[in-house]
Ligand binder design. Structure first.
Ligand SMILES: [Fe+2]
Ligand SMILES: [Fe+2]
Length: 384
């Protein structure tokens, strides 16, 4: 049995936690803090100088760095902020997955079964604002994590690349904040309780490779899938282009994680790898919990515990959206050797939560070239 510490200092069993109905109280917690302006996290990592200035010693990272320099974009001039957005028209994209919606609406056990037409609409509006608010807070987490990687990684090629990612993440926070503020009437939600715990855990850890694993592989892998889902389900042209451009950066970021960690993990002992497997799984659970929209239920007057219990009981075949979120994470963990290291502990856990079927989907170490929408738009402009 594996146990780990969570920030509330309660020790829990990771294997049981995956499907434990008694955890409903914990999973249904929402963030009640809507007033504080700053949040401090202790950073236990050393800042590392390297005197090895040999650029290109790690060729794949150097290639990524060169690509990042030419694929920069400007959130103020590359997006058309004059486009008018009707938040009501965005509501249907906010409710996400049609299968989930019909489960929420038609199931006699559903806490939402008595929702009026108006409440369904409101749920869409709130969910859209909540989702974009969480994207924005996650982007700030990425901004802090990559600044930390610049400090803590011992390789010059990785410091160079991570510095470009700091700029990318600043731009992402900027455009999501601007979209919420100028098009959706403001940033409606604080960071989700579970996403906040995960970001704190990643930033707090003293091992530099954990910053990579937590942020570049887990949080960004999931973000890439979630942005892709929203990009497909929205027709609003400003948000669509914003997501296309953010995703083209994110694909590079996940590649950076995969390419760097592959080298680190090759030299690790089984015991060290097992710690990484457990960290990855704990992050996966926190992210599953984070997508339950606890803050939205609370705001709409729905009993959060009842709603979480209902979501946890959702039949596997209806969990299309939740499963898709893992479509990048699982193949990347496989590529890193984390799925099958030791006794295949992480493979078993991903099987427990129903996401192992993504193991042979395309990993993200090369996908960034295909997803470079910024470069494609520039080529098209030059051709005209
Ligand atoms: Fe980002
Ligand atoms: Fe990123």
């Amino acid at each position: 049995m594996t146990t780990t510490e969570n920030p509330s200092n309660e020790t829990y069993d990771l294997v049981d936690y995956a499907n434990d109905p008694e955890r409903v109280g914990e999973i249904s917690m929402w963030n009640p803090d809507v007033s504080s302006l700053i949040h401090a996290v202790e950073d236990n990592c050393d800042a590392i100088f390297t005197w090895g200035y040999n650029k290109g010693e790690r060729k794949p990272l150097d290639k990524l760095y060169e690509k990042a320099k030419t694929s920069q974009w400007n959130g103020q001039t590359d997006l058309d902020w004059s486009i008018e957005v009707d938040p009501d028209a965005l509501a249907s994209a906010g409710t996400r997955d049609p299968m989930e919606v019909s489960y929420f609406a038609d199931n006699p056990e559903s806490p939402l079964r008595k929702f009026s037409e108006k409440e369904w609409h409101q749920l869409g509006v709130e969910s859209m604002n909540w989702s974009l608010s969480q994207f924005m807070h996650g982007e700030q987490g990425a901004l802090l994590c990559t600044a930390k990687i610049v400090e803590s990684v011992p390789w010059i090629d990785a410091k160079y690349y991570a510095a470009t990612q700091v700029v990318d993440e600043a731009r992402h926070v900027e455009v999501f904040a601007q979209y919420l503020d100028s098009k959706l009437g403001g940033i409606g939600y604080p960071v989700n309780h579970h996403l906040g715990l995960l970001l704190d855990d990643i930033l707090n850890d003293s091992r530099w490779d954990i910053t990579y694993l937590g942020m570049q592989i887990m949080v960004e892998g999931l973000a890439l899938a979630a942005f892709g889902f929203m990009h497909q389900t929205t027709e609003e042209p400003l948000l669509k282009k914003l997501l296309r451009y953010v995703m083209s950066d994110e694909a590079r970021h996940v590649a950076f994680g995969v390419l760097s960690l592959k080298e680190v993990y090759e030299d690790m002992t089984q015991a060290e790898l097992r710690e990484r497997q457990e960290f990855a799984f704990e992050a996966a659970l926190r992210m599953r919990d984070r997508f339950m929209r606890q803050e939205v239920w609370h705001r709409m007057g729905v009993d959060t515990e009842e709603m979480v219990k209902f979501q946890l009981a959702m039949p596997d075949e209806l969990r299309v959206f939740q499963r898709m979120l893992f479509s990048k994470i699982v193949p990347n963990c496989k590529k890193l050797g984390l799925l099958d290291a030791g006794d295949g502990w992480l493979r078993d856990r991903f099987t427990d939560i129903g996401v192992i079927q993504f193991e042979d989907w395309v990993d993200t170490s090369e996908e960034f070239l295909e997803l470079d929408e910024v470069a494609k738009d520039r080529e098209a402009q030059e051709a005209n």
